[in-house]
Design a protein around this ligand. Structure first.
Ligand code: GLU
Length: 449
């Protein structure tokens, strides 16, 4: 662990104490605290008025019961969460995650990351996150719909286009957003399109929102490569995951001339040296909603499925972890470095453990942290809000151009700030400082609230 500034040490100790056991939240806070020493050395007023303590304490945390009836007529109970972390820059903004691993600590880590990520986009959005420990795997359409309706029945009282604007995350895609929006509209009797993002195109969604996180992460890595006069052309890449982020990362890498040879799900990974067949992957994951092991049977010769192994054993030059938190360990990082990786871009939120990040940075690997690299999704959500507010609908080209510009800015701001603070090439430091300074400036203007 990098040494924490002595002024920040007691603040961190208190955050860890009063959020006992929330390990992912601790991890996210520690990483930011490691960067803030340099800021308060230059600008000590940011440590005044307990600003950093306030930043680490969510403005509001909502936990609620979600009862629903399954297909067998049994009553099921899940727990719903919404952490409205910080609204200094705009309404709370951040996705909803439906996954059995969801608990308050996970939602708090995601919400905390979201504050800085959203600030980095330069768009007027605060940070929040929510979700449920509901497991959508194996559930019927009817069960998913009833769960979403029950979840929104409670959550709706806390939302609004000027208050809190959720979107998707793991387990929440276009289908779930449709059910959630339908229920919101029904309960409130308002067609408030800007209350959710990731909506379908026919009811206020934005073109390129589906693709945005993966496309944006690839743009970010492309900018990092350009700092060393390199690009994706002909490079072997590995993208973990096979959901929304991974799928559109694979698509954009292919457009940039790279070859993605492996992707994964929580059961195993596939290797296809010809390059992953994207149409087949979409058919399996998006249309049939099946496991990626199906890929090998459908593709036939050339592809291989490895159950339970680590996808990071596959040699590659660019690695884009796009599945979930802490999926890439120190051991995986050492293997990737040994195999000649040159760039790592986090498509998921906090997929690399702190040890893995240290190994990459220590070995001179270009490393793009999630709060910068995967900000394209939420940035395009903010563009969706803009379109909703002006009752407009932009072309795919216009939206993607805005996304590409935003990603370039995020990259350049992080790189310049890292340099300014004496750590050239440290995108973790750059991202934390740029995000922090924007939020801190607004919080300072508001006084103690
Ligand atoms: N869940 C995504 C993220 O981690 C998107 C959030 C949004 O669009 O509000 O940034």
């Amino acid at each position: 662990m990098t040494k924490i500034d002595e002024k920040l040490e007691p603040i961190l100790a208190e955050v860890l104490r009063r959020n006992a056991g929330e390990l992912e939240f601790h991890q996210a806070v520690i990483e930011v605290m490691e960067s803030l020493g340099r800021v308060i050395a230059k600008k000590p007023h940011y440590a005044d008025h307990a600003l950093i303590e306030r930043l680490c304490e969510p403005e509001r945390q909502i936990i609620f019961r979600v009862p629903w009836v399954d297909d067998a007529g049994q009553v099921q109970i899940n727990r719903g969460f919404r952490v409205q972390f910080n609204s200094a820059l705009g309404p709370y903004k951040g996705g909803l995650r439906f996954h059995p691993s969801v608990n308050l600590g996970i939602i708090k880590f995601l919400g905390f990351e979201q504050i800085f990520k959203n600030a980095l986009t330069g768009l007027p959005i605060g940070g929040g996150k929510g979700g449920s420990d509901f497991n959508p795997r194996g559930r019927s359409e009817g069960e998913i719909m009833r769960f979403c309706q029950s979840f929104m029945t409670e959550l709706q009282r806390h939302l609004g286009e000027y208050t809190d604007v959720p979107a998707g995350d793991i387990g929440v895609g276009g289908r779930e957003i449709g059910y959630l929006f339908g229920q919101f509209k029904r309960l409130t009797n308002r067609y408030e399109a800007g209350v959710l993002t990731g909506k379908g195109l026919v009811y206020g969604g934005s073109r390129a929102r589906t693709e945005a996180t993966g496309f944006g992460a690839t743009y970010f890595v492309s900018s990092m490569l350009a700092t060393r006069s390199m690009d994706f052309e002909g490079r072997k890449c590995v993208v973990s995951g096979s959901g929304n982020v991974a799928t559109y990362t694979i698509e954009k890498i292919r457009q940039f001339g790279g070859i993605v040879i492996a992707c994964s799900d929580s059961s195993g990974y596939i290797i296809d040296e010809d390059g992953i067949d994207l149409e087949l992957l979409k058919e399996i994951k998006q249309v049939r909603r099946e496991r990626i092991s199906q890929y090998v049977q459908m593709k036939g010769a050339g592809a291989r499925y490895v159950e339970d192994g680590s996808i990071w054993d596959v040699p590659c030059e660019v690695a884009m972890p796009s599945a979930t938190q802490n999926e890439l360990t120190g051991k995986d990082a050492s293997t990737l470095v040994k195999n000649g990786v040159i760039a790592v871009g986090e498509g998921a939120n906090m997929p690399c453990t702190p040890e893995a990040v240290r190994i990459f940075q220590g070995a001179g690997v270009l490393f793009g942290p999630g709060k910068a690299a995967n900000a394209g999704g939420v940035a395009t959500s903010a563009l969706e809000m803009q379109q909703n507010a002006s009752r407009d609908s932009w072309s795919f080209e216009k939206t993607e151009e805005r996304l590409a510009g935003i990603m370039r800015n995020i990259h350049d701001n992080c790189a310049e700030t890292a340099e300014e603070y004496g750590a050239p090439g440290d995108y973790v430091l750059g991202a934390n400082i740029v995000g922090f300074e924007r939020v801190a400036a607004a919080m300072t203007a508001f006084g103690v609230i």
